[in-house]
Design a binder for this molecule. Sequence first.
Ligand code: GLY
Length: 334
Amino acid sequence: MGGEGNGIYWWTNGFWVGVLWQLYHATNQESYRATAEVLEKRFDTALEGFLGLHHDVGFMWLHTAIANYRLTGNETSKRRGLHAATILAGRYNPNGQFLRAWNHDRIGWMIVDSMMNIPILYWAAAELGDPRFTTIAKAHADTCMNTIVRTDGSCNHIISFDPATGEYLDNPGGQGYASGSAWSRGNAWALYGFALSYLHTKDENYLNTAKKIAHYFIANLAQTDWIPLADFRSPKEPIIQDSTAGMIAACGMLEIAKHVPEHEKDLYRTSAINVITACEKAFANWNVDEDSIMSGGTEAYHSGDKARHVPIIYGDYFFVEAVLRLLDKDFLIW
Ligand code: GLY
């Protein structure tokens, strides 16, 4: 479960549990639920330890305790989810109106990945009837829309603000090629994240932003036979791909398709199917004796060979979610 050196705090720990809840929902098979519940308890060490937690608490508890509560009504799970949502709300910087990313000295940093974490705030707001959580989520999404998303639909990964005044300082490079490039997984987080913010708030600006990012994403996919590059603005060589970006974006496109008029749906649905099909053909491993299905994932553009074109758990999670969406058997974990 643990990422290298980060143990129970590692941001990807929830995705396997998310796969189990999706499969439990789709099949009703008890063993999926039982395994997910055992794993959920392990995350209590992270809630108690607290210091290693950061903006990614949404990824961790939406896929574990909150999924459990939504499907089974488990009250202990609900408490865990509310605890995690409160931790995320506590990271809000009112000066710059953003949720701070990571810990240590990055006090004024906001990152695009956070758009997939704020659904935990929308959930807490609905659960408690407390609008403060939505106010924070919307303020953060608006700041993200105004600073992370560029006019052409591409996205920055990181924005740095003065934490005391909220003044915009810089857009440091992150997991993409460089500052000013277009890290495809970051673009996918934004695409799906804004679609989800629309789902939870019905603010049309978020749907339009999700569509704009999707159009940029689709235009780039069409250049590379529907397999995303790890960065859409990187040198032609070496060719570095990232299937995880494709799976996340596909889920986001399928979400957008639910909210647009009939005559617009095809663009998003067909593009989603194209990317899923291309990545399945290129990277899927259906050998049941080996872990993981979807290979072709890249942790970061500058990762060495060990983390480039490899199976990554979130690639599998979003592949499973995308397929279940197409079968109309998915469960909205977000
Ligand atoms: N840090 C989140 C990601 O790698 O996408």
